[in-house]
Each structure stands twice: as structure tokens, then as C-alpha cells.
Design a binder for this molecule. Sequence first.
Ligand SMILES: Nc1ncnc2c1ncn2[C@@H]1O[C@H](COP(=O)(O)OP(=O)(O)OP(=O)(O)O)[C@@H](O)[C@H]1O
Ligand SMILES: [Mg+2]
Length: 406
Amino acid sequence: MNNKKSVDIIRDAVFSSSIFKEGGEKTLNQSYIPNELKFREDNIRRISQNFRPLFLSENRGIEGFSTNIALTGPAGVGKTVTARYTVDHLQVMAERHHIKLYTDYKNCWTTRTKTSILRSFLRDQFGVASRGFSDEESTDILIRRLNSEQAYLVLILDEVSVLPQKDIRGFIHLPEEFGAEHRISIIMISRPTEWKVTLSSMVSQRIADVIQFQPYTLEETRKILDYRAHLAFKTTALSEDILEMVAEISDQTKNLRHGIEILYRTGRAADQQRLDELTPELVRRAKNDVFPELRADILEELKTHELFAALSIARRLHHKGITATTIEHSFKNYRIICEEWGLRPNAEAAFRNYLSTLEAIGILGKVTKGVKGRKGVRARLTIHDVPAAVLIERIEVFLSKRFQKS
Ligand SMILES: Nc1ncnc2c1ncn2[C@@H]1O[C@H](COP(=O)(O)OP(=O)(O)OP(=O)(O)O)[C@@H](O)[C@H]1O
Ligand SMILES: [Mg+2]
């Protein structure tokens, strides 16, 4: 290939037309906060109401204010985006009312300790290099700074259950270190299982409000995806049918992130193939990519008894209102399933090994913290991101094929 041609290729790739609007691609990023959050008005209102005292005229930011609230709900229902959206707007409003409000968002998967969260806040907002400072020292700097500026801090801690328990307690008790004038508020976000199992008993007395997020309905999913698609794509790029298809897939899992990711991947693939429209085939392929934990080849790699084990948990979790189950319960289910398929069940020790495999490949989530029963601390089993119904369906179809072949 001569030099000119290679340059042409690059120019072409960079400047060729795209089905995304200019700047549209980034509106489908996880960190993008849209101007409008449909169907989350109640949640936005309720979060905001918790911060009313901050704006009361007699206070006007001069006295102390602090609150801790929690947001909980299943995957992909807008907890993160709603928290960030609301806090961003609270900050703008505070500015208008001459109240100094700092805000910060931390995902505890990325910043995993109280110390690192405090340090990065001090560095980013105040330019203080607190590396090497102890927790107490960092806290002290923060308190002095906020006090001297008569400023407040609202800190969003996303996926908070990842933090060590003592750090979570540390955050909850932070305001008290200010003496009379509290200045730090925390918004904790977590999934319901983690909330129930590890957090609620530990912090609930200090949480002013627990706000539940419910999954969107199909109709709502369709409208939100329509809005998001129009932010991202040129109007000619997608039809009603494609949107309907993506909305239905997203509705299957009740996880809006799947819908948004499918839009994103479908758009990228269309650009790569230089198509000027999203096609059903591209959507289907993108769909398989957004469930990596359920790719057919992963099921193929699993032994039949491991599939039974996955099924035993999925079936239990399929019951309404049950978000986690125990090993004992699943083992009973597993034996029933073995019977259904005419195989002899293996012992509980083997069953536990199947669970470990499922955990290692990411189908299963295990929450071991917290729940103390008669038998000591018991593991609680959950499934990751994939709804139980989808998992059941795919495993059963797969098992039928496997049994037919043999
Ligand atoms: N009402 C809405 N309007 C527009 N986009 C939304 C809305 N709700 C959620 N989204 C988008 O859907 C995706 C998933 O939302 P989000 O990340 O807030 O979910 P989550 O509840 O925090 O999930 P997880 O528990 O997995 O972290 C994001 O891309 C977000 O921007
Ligand atoms: Mg989130």
C-alpha cells in the first residue's frame, strides 16, 4: 500500500459521514447526563426535598446542614444518572442563592477506600496534595476548609457496598466531626440486595430517607430510548421499528443500560460498515454483545451440573420480591432439577464448587457479609445483571439441545 493511500484511509475514516450527529456518540456514554430525565420526576423531587433546609432563607448557608440519604433499586433504572443530575442542579441553584456548595461523585468500585475518596476530593477541588496524610489529617483539612468558606459538600457514593464497613460508618459519622455546624451530606447508592444484606442494618438509623427506584415500564423505556436516540443519531438513521426492537430487548431485562448500550454499539457497527441506517441484524449482534455473561459459548463451557446449579438459583430468584437466596435453599432446588432431567444429584460439597465456578465467570454474585443466622454468617446468592427469567429461558433451551444431542 503506498503512502498516499494510507493517508486517504485515515482521512476517510476521520471525516467520512457518520450516522451519529456531531457530538452525538458521546451522549450514549455511561457518564453522560442528559438535560431531561423522563419518568424520574418523583425521585428528583424527593432527593431535592432532603436538601431544602440548605436553602431556607433563615439559614442561607450560614448554619450547619447535613443529611444522609440512600438510593436503591435494581440495575439500570437510573439511580446514578438521577443522583448526578439532581446534585448538579442543586449546585447551580445554590450558586444562585449565594450558598457555596461543593459536590462530588465517586464510584466506589474505582475509588475503594474512604482515604482515597477524601484525598482525591481534596486534590481535585482544593488542589491539596494530601498524599501520605492519614484519614484524620485529610478529614481535618476538609473540615477546616469547609468551615472557613462556610461551604457545604454533597458527596455521592455510588456502589457504596464495595467500601469496607468501617469506611461506610466513617462517612456516615463524618458530619459529627464538625461539632455544631455540620457541613457534609452523603447520598449512598446501592442495589437492593446489597442494601438489605450489608447496609441497611448498619446505617439505616442515620439515613434520613431511603428512595426506591422502580424499573421503567416498556412504554417508558420506549420513550426514554427514543429521546436518547434522537440526541445521538441523525434523524434518518433509525426507524420506529428499530427503536421498538431495542426497547423490547431492554425491557426484557428491565435494565435501561442494555438499551442504551445496544444503541451505541449498533451505531458504531453501522459506521464501521458505512451504513446510513441502523439495521435489525446489527441490533441482534449488539444484543449478544451486551450480555457477555450469557454468551452461548459460556453456557457451552459449563458442565451440566453447573447449569443445574445456575438454574436452581435463577428459579428461586424468579419469585417476585426475592432478591437473594441461600446455598441451602438452592441445593434443595438443585436436587429437584436433577430429578427433572433424570440425573443423580451430587453432594453439597460438589454443589458449592459449581457455585464457585458460576461466581468466577460472573453469572453469580455472592454476598457473604452480614447476614447472621443460626448457622453463623451465611452466604447470600444473587445473579448478576441478567434477570432470572432470561437466565432460566436460556439455560433450559440450551439444556434441551444438549440432551437431544446426547
Ligand atoms: N429517565 C432517564 N432518561 C434518560 N436516560 C436515562 C434515564 N434513566 C436512566 N437513563 C440512562 O440509562 C442508563 C442506566 O442508568 P444508570 O446508570 O443511572 O442506572 P443505575 O440504576 O445506576 O444502574 P446500576 O445499579 O447498574 O449502576 C444510563 O445510561 C442513564 O443515562
Ligand atoms: Mg449506577
